[in-house]
Design a protein around this ligand. Structure first.
Ligand code: DGY
Length: 323
């Protein structure tokens, strides 16, 4: 049987590309140049691609999907998030979509916890001070942060990543609260306190960690009104999607001191960053590193290939369908 044609929109980990090359005629992107929608659709058309191994940030909106050739059967995204894909447009064209659940939960929770620690203990400010050659030596009141032990961690979106974070935070002696579409069964909640409304949730916690998907339904979820519901001195961390935070409101709350500190791994309009973030001192910034471990990125790629194999090699349904 002739191997199916697979378009790779980005450069993927070596082990992933090697497996893809073994089983498909691959059209790689060795320079890793991000493609705009027209370029992506043209590449798929020129190659007669049956599958597309795509990634977070690829512009797979309605116009790109409309321009894809009829040969395309599956968009396998190297991400758990699918806000870069117009799922309705894909469905309308009969193109299946798959994602990579589970395998990135621990890595993303680690980055959320890294940001919580860095924000609480002023890691970003301290590093910047040292690099600027401004450290005058140890001082009793220098760069005092807050201890996490005994603090209340509020997890917004208690899916797999949120639950992995809760497990880590318990080890630091934090009390876990959560807000979720539905209350978890006791064995999954593991003692975490459920809040049925935003106001009670936000008012109860010391640290907010956001794990909700992007898209119109969650745009600016954390706005000035909700920030005001947080206690004075609270910490905010976001490893979900940047669009869920009102950037102007967050900068203002950090500058005026309502919030103690924040940590962000995701941004609306990545790779551009709201300019206020660059000058706000009590803020730690990371370049969307949530899933960026060698183990996780390999596992994500293999999960994409499992989905592609099901559809393109066996004519079966993808094991991780979306939409
Ligand atoms: C995802 O999987 O959605 C991440 O944001 C990219 O690793």
């Amino acid at each position: 049987m002739t191997k199916p044609v697979l378009l790779l929109t980005r450069r993927f980990p070596d082990a992933v590309e090697a497996r893809a090359q073994r089983d498909y005629i691959t059209i790689p992107n060795p320079s890793d140049t991000p493609m705009d929608g027209a370029t992506l659709a043209t590449a798929a058309k020129d190659a007669g691609a049956q599958g597309i191994l795509c990634a977070a940030g690829d512009p797979l909106g309605a116009a790109t999907i409309a321009a894809l050739p009829d040969s395309v059967k599956l968009l396998a995204t190297f991400s758990v998030g699918t806000d870069h894909i117009d799922l309705a447009a894909a469905r309308a064209r009969g193109i299946a979509v798959s994602n990579t659940p589970d395998v990135l939960s621990v890595a993303t929770a680690e980055i959320a916890f890294l940001l919580i620690l860095a924000a609480a203990r002023r890691g970003g400010e301290s590093e910047r001070m040292l690099r600027a050659g401004e450290w005058a030596g140890w001082a009793p009141t220098q760069l005092m942060g807050v201890t996490l032990e005994g603090k209340k961690l509020g997890i917004l979106g208690m899916g797999r990543i949120g639950q992995a974070l809760a497990k880590m935070a318990r080890g630091f002696g934090m009390e876990i609260h959560y807000r979720n579409r539905k209350q978890l069964p006791p064995e999954e909640a593991a003692g975490a306190i459920y809040h049925a409304d935003d106001a009670a949730f936000l008012g109860a916690i010391d640290v907010l960690s956001m794990h909700i998907p992007g898209g119109e339904a969650t745009r600016n979820w954390l706005d000035a009104r909700k920030i005001a519901l947080l206690k004075r001195g609270a910490i905010v961390v976001n490893t979900g999607r940047g669009t869920t935070v009102d950037d102007v409101a967050l900068c203002e709350a950090l500058t005026k001191g309502h919030l103690r500190a924040a940590g962000l791994d995701v941004f609306a309009g990545e790779p551009k960053i709201h300019p206020g973030y660059l000058t706000t001192p009590n803020l730690v910034l990371l370049p969307h590193l949530g899933s960026a471990t060698i183990e996780t990125r390999d596992a994500m790629g293999f999960r994409c290939l499992d989905n592609l194999d099901a559809v393109l090699l066996r004519g079966a349904a993808p094991p991780h369908p979306v939409g």
